[in-house]
Design a protein around this ligand. Structure first.
Ligand SMILES: [Zn+2]
Length: 194
């Protein structure tokens, strides 16, 4: 878990939006590999182990994701799709998209990447952070400059759009509108990616 992404994490439980307090036990190159995230509102604690923070609900087993055997585009295509030409902010790769993370971080001048429910065998650190999550992503609205998701669960797809700074959710209309190229400005406004 990259320390700058911790600022964008929020407690996923049903209460007002809250930051999380980080207690790091082992950190390498600004990545927390072992530690705990605590919610000051509901006192929930989320463990970080091997760089992956666990927000999953132990009562819910597994997530409905698209078939992992489908072909993913090459890393440079994914970088272009997500407009990842610079190191500002961070991008989110959900499920099978995490398979491309290592190639992506080595190719272009990519921003830090946050993998949600990362595939087995992807090592965290060196620009890669991981979380396990329920349908509600533990992230602030518009926190990520881009989100790629393989989710088929409508609740998670909707929440992925909420987190993606390229989209703006209009609560009253109940629709999702394209917000244009605001990811970079949003990242600056929130002070991430410096
Ligand atoms: Zn909480």
């Amino acid at each position: 878990m990259f320390v700058e992404i911790v600022d964008a994490l929020r407690c996923p439980r049903a209460h007002e939006e809250s930051w999380l307090v980080l207690a790091a036990r082992r950190t390498e190159d600004r990545h927390v590999l072992e530690g705990t995230l605590g919610c000051p509102v509901c006192r929930a604690e989320y463990a970080i182990h091997e760089g992956i923070a666990d927000f999953s609900d132990p009562l819910v087993s597994g997530h409905a994701t698209a078939s992992p055997v489908r072909t993913l585009p090459p890393a440079d295509h994914l970088a272009a799709m997500l407009n990842l030409g610079d190191a500002l902010g961070f991008a989110v790769l959900i499920g099978a998209w995490g398979t491309s993370a290592e190639a992506l971080i080595e190719s272009v001048d990519a921003p830090p990447l946050l993998l949600v429910d990362p595939p087995a065998g992807v090592a965290m650190g060196h620009g890669l952070s991981g979380i396990r999550a329920s349908a509600t992503l533990p992230l602030a609205t518009g926190a990520a400059r881009a989100v790629a998701t393989d989710a088929v669960d409508p609740a998670r797809v909707a929440d992925a759009a909420r987190v993606d700074a390229r989209w703006r959710t209009d609560g009253r209309a109940g629709g999702i509108a394209r917000a244009g190229r605001s990811a970079r400005a949003g990242a600056r406004r929130r002070g991430v990616g410096r």
